[in-house]
Design a binder for this molecule. Structure first.
Ligand code: BEZ
Length: 212
């Protein structure tokens, strides 16, 4: 059965380009971005892993550790990394799981037989420090992911798990947020000193609470 939001991210041990890891132990108290790609030495994947390496510091600022996975073996991953570095002008900087036995792919339901019998699709899992799944995304092999969008979602998840707000369509850091529907406007005015703007009784905006 596929994993759902709020499920515990399955634990596993695996060989990676940075050595053997036990997933939950490797995550520690951090957030995690676990994402699969269909195959090494393929064009879209080469751009995706390069982009993620370029954004590693942006993920780290948010307390997110990055780990990739495909069903290729360690030797293949190691031979591919110099290409990722050359094409994207980046030093590769996070582990890739060698999942030739499909253990991780099966635990996280990353193989979608109607897309490919053999390869993982482009799955994304954001995992919280409580090891619960906070986000799942699935893209087809032919569509490279937008990692700025994944950072944006991390910002929203981290904000909304600490404050009684939600984020509107296309929200970005610093923009107004939406008061949680569970809070009355009267209580919201007390709770959010920066102000509350009522557009509809069920749609109330307040400036992002954790920025000046
Ligand atoms: C790619 O990464 O370029 C790719 C992989 C599998 C199918 C199509 C594209």
């Amino acid at each position: 059965m596929s994993l759902r939001l709020g499920d515990t991210a399955p634990d596993f041990t695996a060989n990676t380009t940075d050595g053997q890891i036990s997933f939950h132990e490797w995550l520690g108290d951090s957030w995690g971005l676990l994402f699969s790609h269909p195959a090494d030495f393929t064009p879209v994947c080469t751009t995706e892993l390069g982009m993620t390496a370029l954004l590693k510091d942006d993920f780290a600022k948010r307390g997110v550790k990055i780990i990739a996975v495909s069903v290729d073996d360690l030797d293949s991953h190691r031979r591919w990394i110099p290409d990722i570095e050359e094409v994207n002008n980046v030093k590769f900087n996070f582990p890739i799981i060698a999942d030739e036995g499909r253990k991780v792919a099966e635990l996280y339901d990353m193989i979608h037989p109607n897309a490919s019998e053999k390869a993982t699709v482009r799955s994304v899992f954001i995992i919280g420090p409580d090891k619960k799944i906070k986000l799942t995304l699935t893209y087809p092999a032919s569509t490279g992911r937008n990692f700025q969008e994944i950072l944006r979602v991390v910002d929203s998840i981290q904000l909304t798990s600490n404050y009684s707000v939600a984020t509107p369509a296309d929200w970005k850091q610093g923009e107004d947020t939406i008061v949680s529907p569970s809070i009355s406007t009267e209580d919201a005015i007390k709770k959010f000193p920066k102000g509350v703007k009522e557009v509809k009784p069920y749609l109330r905006y307040t400036p992002q609470p954790n920025v000046d």
